[in-house]
Ligand binder design. Structure first.
Ligand SMILES: [Zn+2]
Length: 760
């Protein structure tokens, strides 16, 4: 239930980052809540994982599907309705009736229902010290829900917040003083959350920790739920970046690190800050997730899922996924970004769930208190809802409709509402094609290294944290617009085995790379791979400590001339082979090409009538090759969707990728493909994000169809096509086969279509 909080918070933090100088860094780090890299000698594991992802995290199989026990398989594509405990009909007034929820879930063709065991108050008669909802009385709506849904053949998922803020500042509960986080002066750290009231944040080292564990134990021991879902663990929310000085944190930190918790007055050294944040992340937060998951499995062996929406953020729980069976990625600002995040999540080997109707808020620009949200889910309607769901279908993610609050008070049949009828259409489609959709796997040719270590550790006066995503999202958009499939993966999950899956590895501006990771990339190229790396890649180690030159200087065949990039207006990329001038990123690295590296493009500074030197170098190494681009061209593409940039990348990548491509799709703005296949079937999902509003992303949009889309799908060696269908529209297109390719024209893509080719 973090509702994109992380990105919003980071946006605010990022604004502060613009003005920091080196001398200000310690104070700034206090504000950011995370730290610049520093010496960490405690373990190699930590050095590789930043916050210490433990070794042995599941590596996905070669076909890209998460490894799940057969009896847990059903969670992969679950059609879940969420009953949110922070809003009506649960809070502040308890209007909830299980019979009403069951009727709605069945009407929408959901197979599972998420019940809030707790939000700010308990919705079951817990014997722990947590407050019950005042209207709960002697009833147990949780018990009634489990019985009723199970009798009807539906599954129940228990929602369990792990230290999500709940302590109302207006309460006279005597425990709260003992459980709260507070600063060095004893001032409570407070969160607003949904705008109902304000809440003290809880300290995970206080006796609250045992209370939470006991409440979770009650749930899994006393109620036969089918999945245990966790929101958290949190150590603060709005104030996550503040240090907790409770007596419990003080004592625990003294015991663990032999020193006091740093003060927030600028007196702490860099190493103090690094030690503190690593302790909070690893020893407190991630350790709690592990403890809870272990306890659940001991009591009753059910799937464990948690909310890891902040996987690409400074969130202290980002690395807890090795201990669960799957995780939730809530929402993104665009469908393209959402598909990226689904696929990134799957690259960890875990099942991914996502909100459907993700944009549960509008911009609320005119509201004084931005934590007050309106209507919940209602603004997401019609084709926007359908597109959101289609992204989940294309990715093979589980659907979590958010939710019950949207439907509960509807006076008429919910299927009279067009957008809800279309959502049921998605669920019907998912159910009808469940077997087929589970049987296929993505076949990415490109791996996109995603700089999680950079997000966590990198600091520099030139670095704009809230815009860093433009590099990895830009790389994704470019590869998709060229008609290839990519799999994003986390930098710290890099292994030789993983790299070996890809024909090309794209490293879009990853400053923070360890020596070990640089070596892995060099071996990958030596063995025949192609590496495309851009901008600041490898100029710092995994904790952001600057190197004097690129860590990959030998592989690139490039040497850094200045440590920071240069910004100049109106630069052009001069492509030497063609003589063409195309837009260059106005922020470039100055570097020299080494012997044996071929300069293929230079940067022209038109305003000063000069050349700034090499812009792109290419080099062969062993059986492979490297292309290094000394600027963030992919971020420029993300921000402009410029045609000549796309054409330039086409000229770079097509010679490498075209011979093994799985499909070919003519470029149409807004049309995004996602391919998957099995021994017997090829599927090409087409997502048409052709809405009419781009500037205010949370505003309701209308969508236009994309007409007459020409597509080709390559037949695997020795196989022929038996039949071709368009699954979403339920039509049979004209098709033909030429030179081993199935060719067809899709008459129209209105939001979504799937080309299905059955093989003989
Ligand atoms: Zn604390």
């Amino acid at each position: 239930m973090s509702m994109e909080k992380v990105s919003r918070r980071e946006l605010l933090q990022g604004a502060g980052a613009l003005v920091a100088t080196t001398a200000e860094i310690p104070r700034r780090l206090l504000q950011l809540g995370m730290t610049l890299g520093g010496a960490d000698t405690r373990s190699a594991k930590t050095a590789l994982g930043g916050f210490g992802v433990k070794e042995g995290a599941a590596i996905p199989t070669n076909d890209g599907a998460a490894n799940l026990r057969p009896d847990f398989e059903w969670i992969r594509s679950v059609r879940l309705m969420i009953a949110e405990g922070y809003v009506p009909p649960f809070y502040p007034s308890l209007d909830y009736k299980p019979e009403r929820a069951l009727a709605l879930a069945r009407r929408l063709n959901c197979e599972a229902f998420r019940y809030p065991t707790y939000s700010y108050v308990a919705f079951f008669p817990t014997k722990t010290k947590f407050p019950h909802h005042p209207e709960l009385g002697g009833s147990d709506p949780f018990r009634e829900t489990v019985n009723l849904f199970h009798d009807a053949g539906l599954k129940v998922v228990a929602y369990n917040p792990l230290n999500h803020p709940f302590m109302d500042v207006n309460s006279d509960n005597p425990e709260y003083r003992d459980w709260m986080r507070h600063d060095a002066e004893g001032k409570p750290l407070i969160t607003r959350h949904m705008g109902w009231t304000r809440f003290y944040e809880g300290c995970l080292n206080s006796p609250l920790r045992d209370q939470i564990r006991e409440r979770v134990r009650e749930v899994v021991a006393d109620y036969p739920v089918d999945v245990m879902y966790f929101d958290g663990p949190y150590e603060g929310m709005d104030q996550e970046s503040r240090f907790c000085h409770s007596k419990y944190c003080q004592a625990a930190y003294q015991k663990a690190r032999g020193k006091s918790i740093p003060l927030e007055d600028g007196s702490a050294t860099l190493q103090d800050l690094i030690d503190y944040w690593q302790w909070i992340a690893e020893d407190v937060v991630v350790a709690f997730m592990r403890e809870i998951a272990d306890m659940v499995r001991q009591v009753r062996d059910v799937p464990v899922v948690f909310n890891d929406t902040g996987l690409l953020s400074r969130s202290v729980r980002a690395h807890a996924y090795p201990y669960v069976d799957g995780f939730m990625f809530e929402a993104a600002e665009t469908p393209e970004q959402k598909l990226f995040n689904m696929r990134l999540g799957q690259s960890t080997g875990k099942v991914i769930w996502t909100y459907i109707s993700s944009h549960t808020e509008y911009n609320t620009e005119h509201l004084k208190d931005k934590s007050v949200r309106g209507w919940y889910s209602a603004p997401v309607e019609g084709e926007r809802l359908e597109l959101d769901a289609a992204v989940a279908t294309a990715a093979g993610a589980g659907y979590c409709y958010w939710g019950l609050n949207r439907l509960y008070y509807e006076p008429q049949d919910i299927l009279d509402v067009p957008s809800i009828r279309s959502l049921k259409g998605v669920f019907d489609f998912a159910q009808k094609n469940d077997r087929l959709l589970r049987s296929v796997s993505p076949r990415p040719q490109v791996g996109i290294l995603t700089g999680a270590q950079t997000i966590r550790w990198y600091q520099s006066p030139m670095f704009i944290p809230q815009a860093y995503r433009n590099y990895y999202y830009g790389a994704w958009q470019l590869i998709k617009d060229l008609g290839y499939d990519a799999e994003p993966f986390l930098d710290y999950e890099m292994t030789a085995e993983r790299l070996g899956k890809y024909k090309l590895v794209y490293v879009p501006n990853a400053p923070c790379l360890s020596e070990a990771h640089c070596s892995l990339l060099a071996s990958y190229v030596e063995g025949g791979g192609t590496l495309l790396a851009t901008h600041l890649t490898s100029i710092a180690d995994e904790f952001g400590r600057p190197r004097r030159d690129y860590g990959l200087r030998e592989l690139f065949g490039a040497n850094l001339k200045t440590p920071e990039p240069l910004e100049v207006p109106d630069l052009y990329l001069h492509v030497l082979s063609s003589g063409k001038l195309i837009p260059q990123d106005p922020q470039v690295m100055l570097f020299q090409a080494a012997n044996g590296a071929e300069v293929t493009a230079e940067t022209q500074d038109r305003g000063h009538r000069r050349t700034l030197g090499p812009a792109v170098v290419r080099r062969r190494q062993g059986k492979g090759q490297v292309i290094y681009i000394g600027s963030g061209l992919e971020a420029l593409y993300e921000e402009t969707l410029n045609d000549s940039l796309r054409a330039y990348f086409h000229s770079l990548l097509d010679p490498i990728l075209a011979s093994k491509r799985t499909y070919e799709l003519e470029f149409r703005p807004g049309l995004m493909p996602q391919f998957a296949s099995s021994q017997s079937t090829l599927l090409l999902h087409l997502l048409a994000n052709t809405g009419n509003i781009w500037k205010k992303l949370l505003v309701q949009e209308e969508f236009l169809p994309v007409k007459n889309v020409r597509a080709r799908l390559r037949l695997p060696q020795g196989q022929s096509a038996k039949s071709v269908a368009l699954m979403w529209s339920g039509t049979k297109p004209d098709w033909s086969v030429h030179d081993g390719w199935v060719e067809l024209t899709v008459p129209q893509v209105q939001v979504y279509e799937v080309i299905r080719v059955d093989l003989a």
